[in-house]
Write a protein that binds this ligand. Structure first.
Ligand SMILES: *Cc1c(COP(=O)(O)O)cnc(C)c1O
Length: 401
């Protein structure tokens, strides 16, 4: 496959070193083109991308119906402010709310969606009720409220003072939540499956227990579905896996198949508290992102991708289960839909480079977890190709351990 690069990876890296703030550890590769589950670098090497766009490219790279929708929308109207109505925003809101519930507010990222949810929760509940309970090893983004909600000390270092009004409980610990919730609590905020924290799947009764505690204490339940929305878990939203509905739900990452977009949906009665003038986002709900989101929902339905997600999930499960039986360095598999966590008894970091050398892109998180967020349209052959490489790499790591 021909590369579309005009420079070598080295030339681009040199340009970055001069001009881009080095706040990200980056692999020394410049990616130039993607198609489905594959990407190519400037040197023309091909990679099987099992972590496309950090989970944002939920339909893989450049899905044709989404590309076409963006091109058509770009030639008609790229941006207008929220002082006007646009067809794509109305249509995307309807698609999300009819698959979920309530009414939508649009922004541009996950952290912004979390900010909107926190503001709405504080606006909706009486003054004095301002505390928010969140969970250890959760991840909610990098703005001040979102990072304070993120109960991981490594993300707080040097940033203090943080925002007031957050309380942290261990994930899956309902009695700790009972102890923290009182008449100054406005909301409980949780990821239905903790993503960045290592693909932590809740105990069967946990989310229902949080719903009960929220109801008994007149506070709101917020699910941060930035990572679990848009079919990632095999249903449109993660909450549908457990039949526990939150009052407010945040979305971003895959919501517009790789175009920057965030959103919340909230029950109508709660949503009414986001009064005109209390919150806004200049780029939120822009026609380009909305058109991409509409095309993504339609593609998922027309190509039965929720079903494919569940089938490919079962395939990962059985392939990796066999590997776990063989390799004692695999402590636990945590798989739900296209969220795959392989928890090792040794550091997971080296797996990333070793897989990359063999043409497969994966992620490592929370020290010991190899994480995959494959696109909903991944094929059986690609699952097998990825699992073959993972098997080779994990066997090598087991030998070295
Ligand atoms: C990635 C993530 C965020 C932050 O999203 P950004 O778009 O980077 O701001 C928030 N919550 C969860 C659950 C996430 O996975």
């Amino acid at each position: 496959m021909e590369s579309t690069a005009t420079k070598s990876s080295q030339q681009t890296i040199a340009q970055f070193e001069q001009n881009v703030i080095p706040n990200y550890p980056r692999y020394p590769i410049c990616l130039v083109r993607g198609e489905g589950t594959y990407v190519w670098d400037a040197e023309g090497n091909r990679y099987l991308d099992l972590f496309p766009g950090w989970g944002c490219n939920i339909l893989g790279h450049c899905p044709p119906p989404v590309v076409q929708a963006i091109q058509e929308q770009a030639s008609r109207l790229i941006h207008i402010p929220n002082t006007w109505y646009t067809e794509p925003q109305g249509e995307f809101a309807e698609l999300l709310c009819t698959r979920g519930f309530g009414q939508a507010f649009f922004c541009n990222s996950g952290a912004e969606a979390v900010e909107a949810a926190i503001k709405l929760a504080r606006l909706h509940t009486p003054e004095g009720r301002h505390n928010i309970v969140t969970f250890e090893n959760g991840f909610h983004g990098r703005t001040f409220a979102a990072v304070t909600a993120t109960a991981q000390p490594k993300y707080h270092e040097g940033l203090g003072p943080l925002m007031a009004g957050f309380r942290y409980a261990p994930f899956n610990d309902l009695s700790a939540v009972e102890d923290l919730v009182s008449d100054d609590t406005c909301a409980i905020l949780v990821e239905p499956i903790q993503g960045e924290g290592g693909v932590n799947i809740p105990d069967e009764e946990f989310l229902a227990g949080l719903r009960r505690i929220a109801d008994e204490n007149n506070c709101l339940l917020i699910f941060d579905e930035v990572q679990t929305c848009m079919g990632r878990t095999g249903t449109w939203f993660g909450y549908q896996q457990w039949g526990v509905r939150p009052d407010i739900l945040t979305m971003a990452k895959g919501i517009a198949a790789g175009v920057a977009c965030g959103a919340i949906i909230a029950d109508r009665e709660v949503a009414a508290s986001l009064r005109p003038g209390m919150h806004a986002s200049t780029f939120g709900g822009n026609p380009l992102a909305m058109a991409a989101g509409v095309a993504a929902v339609k593609m998922i339905e027309e190509q039965n991708l929720l079903e494919n997600c569940r089938e490919m999930s079962a395939r990962f499960q059985s392939r990796l289960e066999a590997l776990k039986d063989e390799l004692p360095i695999i402590d636990q598999l945590r798989i739900r839909g296209m969220m795959v966590g392989i928890d090792l008894s040794i550091p997971a970091g080296p797996a990333v480079g070793k897989c990359m050398e063999r043409g497969v892109l994966v992620n490592a998180t929370h020290d010991t977890v190899v994480r995959l967020l494959p696109p909903l349209n991944v094929t059986a052959e690609q699952v097998d190709e990825g699992c073959d490489v993972l098997a080779t790499v994990l066997r090598e790591m087991a030998d070295e351990a």
